[in-house]
Design a protein around this ligand. Structure first.
Ligand code: FAD
Length: 465
């Protein structure tokens, strides 16, 4: 056998959970090894957040280039070279993953390429392509992420694709069917709709984007319908038949069976945790029957020197949640008192318009019996939104009635993804609506919408009646 390598903290998985944990642990003086079986950056940088946003941005450019006549811009014969779009997407991914690798090395984190398998509570094996190596560790942080769920009736193939396949198409399809009206389905469906693909969305629930308010999702639905996207809600997908150059998808809606032809079927029905086949049961790590690992407020599993973060623990499967937990876990190992508090974690949909939410919604606050003020302000009353021709949308601010403290916010509108951070900060810092109303926001900016919504909350808005 080989000689085991001794390390303080071993991190398994180099996604936005794992690589952040490794860097933070190294900053705190630990000898750190990170194990990755694939590419540094995880799902997020390689086949998730980043490439999807690159594709969405390209589709958006194409779409707006064609529709800028209101600005006096006449662009005729705008065309897409999709292989160049893909090249550009790949170049963004490469820059970022290369950057992360450089950061790990710069922080003296050892990168061990291979598949991690736990031997016991203090050692694991990294099985590489041609060799394997044992590592002894004092603490471990599991950050192995998730993979697309595969439905038995919809096995992945050349024409039945998960998000990874959908991101990698080499030409713009004429028609796609998307099973799943969640964030990933609508983001990728929306991107292809902008490139001119005819998109059909099949969703089992009674609305798309469950978890976001209907007032918000209605804007997205209207925008997508205007681009020819068809929605079937309360619909159930039954099966798929592959033809020579496409698919026929069968689904049921209102007790009626329908068939629709397409070039591809995208199956985007959720993701399952990568917690199987790595020895976790043998060493006794406690998890749910769905494979989600139980953790305490410091991301510690039931085994006191083993931590878990990101898509494999309870809560929303989001990159920034993984990175947040990463910092908590690394600090907990270093003996700090850091604890997780999820109230300030934003959720964003990169749709048109963008949707973003943080903290309480009006409904959740009422369910929890909190006495609130819900203030609303439309994008249409903001000068910057007008000059951008982005007047679709609104902001809603949820404050506690007794003291005006901000406990939540929802935004539907251009740049909602960027604007939500100010409200995360407000929640994190325990600010009141008055604090935001009296913060000077540059003019003319979309950020003024935040100030104005806060003015509505305290009862004296300037720019609406
Ligand atoms: P991952 O990023 O999944 O990384 C886990 C890593 O562990 C992988 O690199 C994997 O190879 C490695 N690994 C697993 N098992 C082993 C093993 N046994 N040994 C060694 N290595 C192993 N989130 C957002 O916040 N914003 C977005 O805009 C967004 N867009 C998305 C778009 C798409 C199409 C998809 C699919 C996801 C998107 N997400 C987005 C979700 C986001 O990608 C995940 O929440 C995030 O990547 C989770 O990070 P993680 O570190 O937990 O795991």
């Amino acid at each position: 056998g080989d000689f085991p390598i001794e390390t303080d903290t071993i991190v398994i998985g180099a996604g936005p959970g794992g690589y952040v944990a490794a860097i933070r642990a190294a900053q705190l003086g630990q000898k750190v090894t990170i194990v990755e079986r694939n590419t540094v950056g995880g799902v997020c940088l390689n086949v998730g957040c980043i490439p999807s946003k690159a594709l969405i941005a390209a589709g958006h450019r194409y779409e707006t280039a064609k529709h800028s006549a209101d600005f006096g811009i006449m662009a005729e014969n705008v065309t897409v070279d999709f292989s160049k779009v893909q090249q550009w997407k790949a170049s963004v991914v490469k820059k970022l993953t290369g950057g992360v690798e450089g950061l790990l090395k710069g922080n003296k984190v050892e990168i061990a390429y291979g598949e991690a398998y736990f031997v016991d509570g203090n050692s694991l094996r990294v099985i590489g392509e041609s060799s394997s190596q044992t590592y002894n560790f004092k603490n471990a942080i599991i950050a192995t992420g998730s993979r697309p769920i595969e439905l038995p009736a919809f096995k992945y193939s050349k024409r039945v694709l998960n998000s990874t396949g959908a991101l990698a198409l080499d030409e713009i399809p004429e028609k796609v069917v998307v099973i799943g009206g969640g964030v990933i389905g609508l983001e990728l469906g929306g991107a292809y709709a902008n490139f001119g693909t005819q998109v059909t969305v099949i969703e089992g629930a009674d609305d798309i984007l469950l978890g976001f308010e209907k007032q918000m999702t209605a804007l997205v639905k209207r925008n997508m319908k205007n681009k020819g996207v068809e929605f079937y809600t309360k619909a159930s997908a039954k099966g798929v038949e592959e033809t020579e150059n496409g698919v026929v998808v069968t689904f049921e809606v209102n007790g009626e069976e329908k068939k629709v032809e397409a070039d591809y079927l995208f199956v985007m029905v959720g993701r399952r945790p990568n917690t199987d086949e790595m020895g976790l049961e043998q060493i006794g790590v406690k998890m749910s029957d769905r494979g989600i690992i139980d953790i305490d407020k410091q991301c510690r599993t039931n085994i006191s020197n083993i931590y878990a973060i990101g898509d494999i623990v309870p809560g929303p499967q989001l990159a920034h949640k993984a990175s947040y937990e990463a910092k908590i876990a690394a600090e907990a190992i270093a003996g700090h008192a850091s604890e997780i508090d999820y109230l300030g974690i934003p959720a964003v949909v990169f749709s048109e318009p963008e949707l973003a939410s943080v903290g309480y919604t009006e409904k959740q606050a009422k369910e929890d019996g909190i006495d609130i003020v819900a203030a609303k302000f439309p994008f249409a009353a903001n000068g910057r939104a007008l000059s951008l021709d982005s007047t679709d949308g609104f902001m809603k601010l949820i404050t506690r009635k007794e003291d005006g403290i901000v406990i939540g916010a929802q935004i539907a509108g251009a740049s909602a993804s960027d604007m939500i951070s100010e409200l995360s900060l407000a929640i994190e810092a325990g600010m009141t609506a008055e604090d935001i109303a009296m913060t000077i926001h540059a003019h003319p900016t979309l950020g003024e919408i935040t100030m104005e919504t806060a003015e509505v909350a305290v009862g004296h808005p300037i720019h609406i009646l």
